[in-house]
Write a protein that binds this ligand. Sequence first.
Ligand code: CA
Length: 221
Amino acid sequence: MRVLLVEDDQRIASDISQALEASGYVVETVGDGEDAWFRGDTEDYGAVILDLGLPLMDGLAVLKRWRANGRRMPVLVLTARGSWAERVDGIDTGADDYLPKPFRMEELVARLRSIIRRSAGHASSVMAVGEIALDERQMKVTLRGIPIALSLLEYRLVAHLLRSRGRVVSQQELNENVYGHDEEHDSNALEVLIGRVRKKLGTDVIETRRGFGYTIPEIST
Ligand code: CA
């Protein structure tokens, strides 16, 4: 899943980015409010982590504009410690949750997972389709109850298709959610990756819809 991280403190940004990538997310980082507003308005992200004190445009203004434009992605706001006014403003503006600084990375990742689940209407961090189950908290995929070893890229692919189950996901959307916007990869890398996942999970798990993309059907056949 693609996550937009808006944080102007480079050290914090790089710590968060590392923690999220280790949890299987594809992270794109921006350091000012105008850039953040533009990206969030024009690109599709599974979630956003938004610092409030930002150069050029403050985080609340960014969030207000996104919501006014109908952008519905879940947003976790980072606030200054003890600033209850910021928290109230953030929630009134359409933040899904907030986290006061400083925080533990474990808590940030857990809160992010939770707003993503809630926005998708899932109560649990385990998703299952047919014989495949994915536990997002443990980053574990099982087939008929047996754990399957996946690389980080394979995991991102399976996780995105499972979250989007029942829907055909375009090649572009998959590329963005597996490799991210900025990472270099060959044009046929995705097909190779899908081939490897099919070898591990079974050839009929991911269906190809020629000209449209790929899907994990809601009810496995
Ligand atoms: Ca800041």
